[in-house]
Design a protein around this ligand. Structure first.
Ligand code: SF4
Length: 355
């Protein structure tokens, strides 16, 4: 358990004067005296780790590692302003991204595999993580974007409270594969302002094949996303178009309809408001072990991307990511001018690249 847990509830007057009226969810929870209790509950889970649906049951407090191979302290690969995320997260000064090493899903096409699979990075204390959050805020980032946070959730809560004491006041973005337990997500209720989940596949067999046996991914993730929406709702932005609260849902189009895009958009239309912010992503590229799977050993074609976007529109989704719409319009314009869609038109595209 991080030493921060020994702190008594903190004074909200301790931090520097705020520049805006925005109050992050975690600040309200702390003012009600409830954040400390959540951190204790979260750290207790590590003793018999059930932080994610893998439910390894190992004692991470004693350094035993489970499927994710994560130690008890967070391992960080990098911390920096990121300009490749969705525009409401990026704004003018960037999304304050913290890349956590290790992962509880470990997809065979992971574009960050040296970090997620091999755990490259530096082990730090919760206090250091808090300092990194404050640094990102200080240089103007609009949010703290926690990439692959699931296996280090207790450390994040602890660091958030330490940083709050020193003046943190920008929203947390929970940037997750979506493979989350409902019970664990409930601990984040009133702490996270923006959820940024993936919905990778709709089919159990595909999830198992490409994500290390996680056949329950579609069902678990659907429930998780509904819970995220219950907590924070449809995306809201301030007057400058910067995201302050809500869900941004990502779906990566894969070659040969592997991601089940048609089923995905149908599910969104049925389970969530049609105004849910959905990013249909074209950035798939062949990485890591994807070369060994012929059906995904190529980039997607323009035709596959257009089919995905058409499907989203057909099912009535009204809040698609503007960059995806621009890309669709670009290819539609070419088509209307008689330019044929090549089979692998997107092999050179890296839209919304994560690093
Ligand atoms: S967070 Fe890691 S150790 Fe804990 S249940 Fe998930 S994969 Fe296992």
């Amino acid at each position: 358990m991080g030493s921060s847990l020994l702190l008594s509830p903190i004074s909200l007057d301790a931090g520097p004067k705020k520049e805006s009226q925005w109050l992050p969810a975690y600040e309200k929870l702390e003012s009600e005296g409830r954040l400390f209790q959540r951190i204790k509950q979260a750290y207790a889970i590590l003793e018999n780790c059930q932080l994610c649906p893998r439910k390894c049951g190992v004692n991470r407090q004693k350094g035993v590692k489970g499927f994710c191979r994560a130690p008890v302290k967070p391992v960080i690969f990098s911390t920096h302003p990121h300009f490749g995320e969705e525009l409401p997260l990026v704004g003018e000064k960037g999304s304050g991204t913290i890349f956590f090493s290790n992962c509880n899903l470990r997809c065979i096409f992971c574009q960050n595999w040296p970090i997620s699979h091999e755990g490259k990075g530096k082990e730090i204390r919760d206090e250091d993580l808090a300092d990194r959050m404050l640094h990102l805020q200080k240089i103007g980032c609009h949010n703290i974007n926690l990439v692959t946070p699931t296996h280090v959730m207790p450390n994040i809560l602890s660091a958030t409270r330490i940083a709050l004491k020193k003046g943190l006041h920008i929203p947390l973005v929970y940037n997750t594969s979506g493979y989350e337990r409902l019970e664990v997500l409930k601990l984040l209720d009133g702490i996270v302002d923006i959820y940024l989940p993936d919905m990778k596949y709709m089919d159990a067999e595909k999830a198992s094949k490409y994500s290390a046996g996680a056949s329950d991914y579609p069902e678990v993730t659907k429930k998780a996303i509904v819970e995220m929406h219950r907590q924070v709702g449809v995306l809201k932005m301030d007057k400058l178009g910067i995201a302050v609260r809500g869900v941004i849902l990502r779906h990566l189009v894969m070659p040969n309809r592997v991601a089940g895009t048609e089923k995905f958009v149908k599910w969104v239309a049925e389970a969530l408001p049609q105004s849910t912010y959905v990013n249909i992503m074209a950035q798939y590229r062949v990485e890591y072990k994807a070369y060994d799977y012929p059906e995904i050993a190529r980039g997607i074609s323009a035709q596959e991307f257009l089919e995905a976007m058409d499907s989203a529109e057909k099912h009535g989704l009204t809040n698609l990511d503007p960059q995806s719409i621009a890309l669709r319009n670009f290819y539609r314009h070419r088509q209307s001018n008689g330019v044929p869609l090549k089979s692998n038109d997107f092999s050179c595209f890296e839209v919304n690249k994560n690093i």
